[in-house]
Design a protein around this ligand. Sequence first.
Ligand code: ADP
Ligand code: DP6
Length: 329
Amino acid sequence: MEAIARAHTNIALIKYWGKRNSQLFLPTNSSLSITLDHFYTETKVQFSDQFEKDSLLLDGNQAADKEIVKITAFLNHVRNLAGTKTFAKVTSVNHVPTAAGFASSASGYAALAAAASKALQLDLTGTELSALARQGSGSASRSIFGGFVEWQKGDNTDGTDSFATQVLDEQAWNVSVLSVVVEAGPKSVSSRDGMQRTVETSPFYEGWLATVEEDLKLMKEAINDRDFTQLGEIAEANALKMHATTLGAKPPFLYWQSATLDVMQKVMELRQQGLEAYFTIDAGPNVKVLCEPENEQMIKEKLAALSSVRDVIVCHPGPGIQYLSDWNG
Ligand code: ADP
Ligand code: DP6
């Protein structure tokens, strides 16, 4: 009873920011992302009656107890679906930095959901798999699919209608996402804690909720029309609004560092010079820059020349879940 799966990370153009039910990972708003070709996780799951508890070997290291607690809570959902109590050995390799604002939790839980459900021979549809992955990390629901992906927030209290669907496959529109790694320490507030604090205490959260569905509508229009300018403008504005909510939280917090601002200002400057680029930022100091493929090399060079930039990794829309027959990890 074992299976191996690969899942790619994703970057949200319309952010998931806030839960209406923390236990079921039900969001307050719908979101939309691009699955990225460059960053991914490979996970092998083995179930056996010989195991006395669940275990996780992540990048060659036995995971700490608090990680096992999270993995076990997630695997219990899969075990419930399959009607078994058997423990699992999970082996995983992140081809993405872990817990550094590159969405390893998205690819990590999507790969785990796929490998665990396949190992237990649950024949889940894409939407069922997405709803399962959601219960490990919200953004993981979107990493089940390739290309442009929307996670519909759903209305049901039991979460049965809260899952992602593909808007456009990875071949349909080639947009470049430059992943800009800045000189920065680890993030001090996780996305999970950050969104909760914002929902509970920020007076600006109402402004977020009042406009995010309109942003999503305009983003879907931009994707449908292959209108890069509209995609970039909406993505940048939506990210700024998300980050603005954190400034009103109690206590307030900010994911940006001075290097983050250097990149943001450079992107605005490039735009003024006629080189079209837009930024988006998740819960951390690193920046993702959106541009069209014909400009990616030029923009990469300009960003890499900033003294506060450590690396620029060029990504494009990538695939959804893949099942592997051999373990390379
Ligand atoms: P990131 O920006 O990398 O998503 P988070 O702090 O949001 O940072 O998520 C990192 C957490 O996701 C890890 O501490 C771990 O709990 C979980 N995670 C990351 N990679 C994996 C993996 N391959 N398998 C299972 N869980 C993982
Ligand atoms: C800013 O999916 O990491 O990256 O559901 O609590 O695991 P949990 O949160 P997570 O949050 C992602 C927040 C974001 C925006 C996004 O990816 O949509």
